[in-house]
Design a protein around this ligand. Structure first.
Ligand code: NDP
Length: 249
């Protein structure tokens, strides 16, 4: 797998591939010769994306996946193994950000964030780890956030889930060293995706939409993923934090 860009021919499994960062990354990596395996609940979107990538000469597979169901995440990775014989990269990207102050008691939103942003990532790790350890190679990339480095009123549970992603990823990094695996945390600032639409409180959604006026293109994230994957096998990019140039927070 020591090709020039170290992306060509790699099988990359992406959760949350139906929009935003996941979709942009699938397009970017496929253009560089990666085989992409796309997971999300909105299967019509990932089917259309896989078809578009295939029409452009890439190899792509779409598998309907809800990351809150461990069996479905396992099935996503198993589909990659069955069709392509390996899974080189797992991009645990699916997530949601329904901000609200704790006093509004949006407990269902808290539960969904914990289920998708934390447990979904854990299920992704569980699905690839035995395989990657057996093949003594692999790369697990988990998506945190600037909110994984900071906390502010109104985004506490989201921030907690993204801090958890960083803690899990850093611990994972230390555990899997011995197996020759690579791990990367990517923490974006405001990127222009559907993420603000996951906010269930209208006044808060309005504020976040204003904050997102400075948001940058999802291709910024896709380039960060490609940078991490594209390094030679003996280089492990552990963490990338990026923001729009205009973003203070
Ligand atoms: P989008 O809302 O555009 O995409 C979110 C993706 O997650 C969708 O593909 C959605 O697919 C998927 N998803 C949500 N719930 C589930 C589920 N239960 N099972 C499977 N997939 C699910 O937002 P982004 O692209 O911005 O978000 C991607 C990641 O980036 C998230 O983890 C987010 O927290 C993180 N992030 C984003 C930032 C930004 O500014 N955009 C900043 C920092 C971090 P579907 O609904 O079809 O299942």
């Amino acid at each position: 797998m020591d090709t020039q860009n170290n992306i060509q021919g790699k099988v990359v499994v992406i959760t949350g591939a139906s929009s935003g960062l996941g979709e942009a990354t699938a397009r970017h990596l496929a253009a560089q010769g990666a085989i992409v395996v796309l997971g999300a609940r909105r299967v019509e979107r990932i089917d259309a994306l896989a078809a578009a990538l295939a029409a452009g000469g890439a190899q792509a597979l779409a598998v309907k996946t809800d990351v809150t169901d461990r069996a479905q995440v396992t099935a996503l990775v198993d589909a990659a193994l069955e069709k392509y014989g390996r899974a080189d990269v797992m991009l645990n990207n699916a997530g949601l950000m329904p901000h609200s102050p704790l006093e509004r008691l949006k407990v269902e939103d808290w539960d969904r964030m914990i289920d998708v942003n934390i447990k979904g990532v854990m299920y992704g790790i569980a699905a690839v780890l035995p395989h990657m350890i057996a093949q003594r190679a692999g790369h697990i990339i988990n998506v945190s956030s600037v909110a994984g480095h900071k906390v502010r009123p109104g985004s506490i549970v989201y921030s907690a889930t993204k801090h958890a992603v960083r803690v899990i990823s850093e611990g994972l990094r230390q555990e899997v060293k011995a197996h020759g695996l690579r791990t990367t945390i990517i923490s974006p600032g405001a990127v222009d995706t559907e993420l603000p639409e996951s906010i269930t409180e209208p006044d808060i959604a309005d504020n976040i939409r204003k904050f997102y006026e400075i948001a940058i293109s999802p291709t910024a994230f896709a380039r960060a993923v490609a940078y991490a994957i594209g390094q030679p096998d003996d280089v492990d990019i552990n963490e990338i934090l990026f923001r729009p140039t205009q973003q203070e927070y």
